[in-house]
Design a protein around this ligand. Structure first.
Ligand code: NDP
Length: 249
């Protein structure tokens, strides 16, 4: 399929995990791809892997300045966007009693405030008919211990997609959320667990998925491409859950 021939797509956090898989899938379907992240080395590596028409830009999702700068740079390059995957995010877990303001701010600044102001900054360079997908999480729906801040930061994105859809649809922009269950990406390695605890955590998580396994970044990418393709113009202001049945338990 070449559903994105002649289209330009931005994937935030396109240098790793789900974002990288989505960026590659868009490129494989003909899109010019813009990827962002903070780490320049992995951005360059990702750009080389995506290979075709790709622009890699360093941009911190937690920085309002960076969000505006990103939109300015793209505008200067004459780039207008047909699809945006707001994917950059972090996961950190801590028991409720241990959560402090710094942890709350770090998670919300990237996952929630970042999504909000990146969309606001990008609005002037969106083409009519543009589709935005925000990466949420199944944690918004399940009561997993120690996930209170992360879960709240992701749950807010569902309301954001609904309200923005109501507001932006008249301008030809639709907004949705994809909520993944556990997907095997480097995010788990960033939790600060030693190898034994990481292994035990992975087994625990896997046991909670009726399908009996983690999802792959490519499976997520398939859904994101579908949600942003023209064929899905009727998917508006809603959430698509991709979780191997986890939220059914
Ligand atoms: P990865 O850790 O592989 O990717 C995270 C991406 O986000 C990286 O590209 C990282 O780039 C980028 N990122 C993080 N913080 C910032 C920041 N401040 N500014 C810009 N980019 C940033 O994890 P995943 O692919 O798993 O995660 C992608 C999204 O999917 C996240 O929003 C996560 O919450 C969500 N998700 C993942 C699940 C999973 O099981 N894997 C389940 C549910 C949701 P860099 O390091 O260069 O900043």
């Amino acid at each position: 399929m070449n559903r994105f021939n002649g289209k330009t797509v931005l994937v935030t956090g396109g240098n790793s995990g789900i974002g990288l898989a989505a960026a590659k899938a868009y490129a494989a379907e003909g899109a010019r791809v813009v990827i962002t992240g903070r780490d320049t080395a992995t951005l360059e590596k990702a750009a080389a892997e995506i290979a075709t028409d790709v622009v890699a830009l360093r941009s911190d999702a937690a920085s309002l300045h960076d969000a505006k700068h990103l939109a300015e740079v793209l505008n200067q390059k004459g780039i207008r966007l047909d699809a945006v995957f707001i994917n950059a995010g972090i996961a950190k877990f801590a028991p409720f009693a241990d959560v402090d303001e710094a942890l709350w701010d770090q998670i919300f600044d990237i996952n929630t405030k970042g999504a909000y102001f990146q969309i606001q900054a990008l609005l002037p360079i969106l083409n009519k008919g543009a589709a935005i997908v925000i990466n949420g999480s199944i944690n918004a729906h399940i009561g997993m211990p120690a996930s209170s801040v992360y879960a709240a930061s992701k749950a807010a994105l569902i309301s954001l997609a609904k309200t923005l859809s109501a507001e932006l649809l008249p301008q030809g922009v639709r907004v949705n959320v994809v909520s993944p269950g556990p997907i095997s990406t480097p995010i788990y390695g960033k939790l600060g667990l030693d190898e034994t605890s990481l292994d035990a955590t992975a087994k625990q998580i896997q046991a909670q998925v009726p399908l009996g396994r983690f999802g792959t970044p490519e499976e997520l990418a398939t859904t994101v491409l579908h949600m942003t393709a023209l064929e899905s113009a009727f998917i508006v202001g809603t959430e698509v859950i991709v979780d191997g049945g986890m939220s059914q338990l």
